[in-house]
Ligand binder design. Structure first.
Ligand code: ZN
Length: 139
């Protein structure tokens, strides 16, 4: 496993990827839940961050209806505090990945069909946007 100092040193030595105006490229990821940024493409995100791309993750919901899959962490206290725990995990993941993150404020399992993502586009002004293909989201 690469240590944090190795990752930071690697970032510092990578060429910066820029757009036609010599501004750093900006990549926007849109995910339904906190933790999706870690389970869906985190290595690719880390690669782009290392290359100087500004990555913003827009998290649609708070993940407050999520399940606790690790039996060691599955307790009534953690279940009651799941939104707080997931927010803390998101903050830590953002720091490790070197990304910016915005919450879009939708309720987990209540994501409206066909949401428009003006908020996250304002936050990121992306050169590229990654998200799921059209169709129902589980959020
Ligand atoms: Zn998810």
């Amino acid at each position: 496993m690469v240590g944090m100092s190795d990752a930071l040193r690697h970032r510092a030595t990578q060429p910066r990827r820029v757009d036609a105006e010599s501004e750093p490229l900006r990549l926007l990821h849109v995910h339904a839940h906190p933790d999706d940024e870690s389970s869906k493409g985190a290595a690719t995100t880390a690669k782009y961050v290392a290359e100087g791309v500004k990555v913003v993750v827009a998290t649609c919901t708070g993940g407050e209806r999520g399940s606790i899959l690790n039996p060691k962490l599955d307790s009534p206290e953690n279940a009651a505090a799941i939104a707080t725990l997931r927010a803390a995990e998101m903050q830590r993941a953002a720091a490790i990945l070197g990304i910016d993150q915005v919450w879009l404020g939708f309720e987990d399992s209540g994501l409206p069909e066909g949401i428009r993502c003006r908020t996250c586009h304002r936050a990121a002004s992306p050169s590229k946007t990654w998200t799921r293909p059209p169709g129902p989201w589980s959020g």
